[in-house]
Design a protein. Sequence first.
Length: 280
Amino acid sequence: MNYRHSFHAGNHADVLKHAILLRMVTLMQRKEAPLCYLDSHAGTALYDLHGEDASRTGEYLEGIGRLWSRDDLPELLLAYRDAVARHNTDGLLRLYPGSPQLVADALREQDRMILSELHPEDALTLKDHFADEPRIATHQRDGYELPKAFLPVAEKRALWLLDPPFEKSDDLQRCLAAMQVGIQRMRQTVIALWYPIKDQRLLREFYQGIAAAGLPKVLRVELNVRPVDTSLGLNGSGLMLVNPPWPLWEELEQTLPWLAAQLAQSGTGGWRMDWLAGQP
């Protein structure tokens, strides 16, 4: 409840998370059938990068700031940068769209969104922002409850972003349990779980849990901006992708090396991508 994403909007973790999220939406929208997007820890829709919170940390300068003026972006990152640019029509980077806004901009008439945010102030901001959009429902509730509350969806096609603040030591275990519930309730759900790369011991246990959880296809995607054993904080982040749409992994093989090199903050950036379950 103390976490506010406004301090971290547009950082290297957001670049990885949002670029891949948008690409997954695009790939799933190749089919005309309706799609339901669920966001368990939605935050707010837009963040002012020149505001007090973001200016205090300046994290966006090492994330979206490094891509903003590039003319050599890989296609996957170009689509992401263009989505951010829609909210900065004067060409200056000031507003950063969070995951609810990025996906809302991509919604088709037949698609809808379910957003969950527990923080009372952020939940109210989110609700007011989308008040005039009938396809978007907002709820102030614990995001871990989302699969029990809303899956399966009527559309029979769901993309769920699980993006906790990781304020508690057991959040990785709670994520794994929530993912298992989601797949039990609707096996074809596409899940994108974002997680920080900090404590290697906790991560090793988490990887083992994912591999043994009985989930269908699980693709691990990680991006490091510093060596993983650096004690400076967030050295990188990852996404556990359950049932990822083809050919995402083939596209990421081309994109991740470039992105790691551009976002490195200490020495050479690193990345990895591998299957923990159900390699196709």
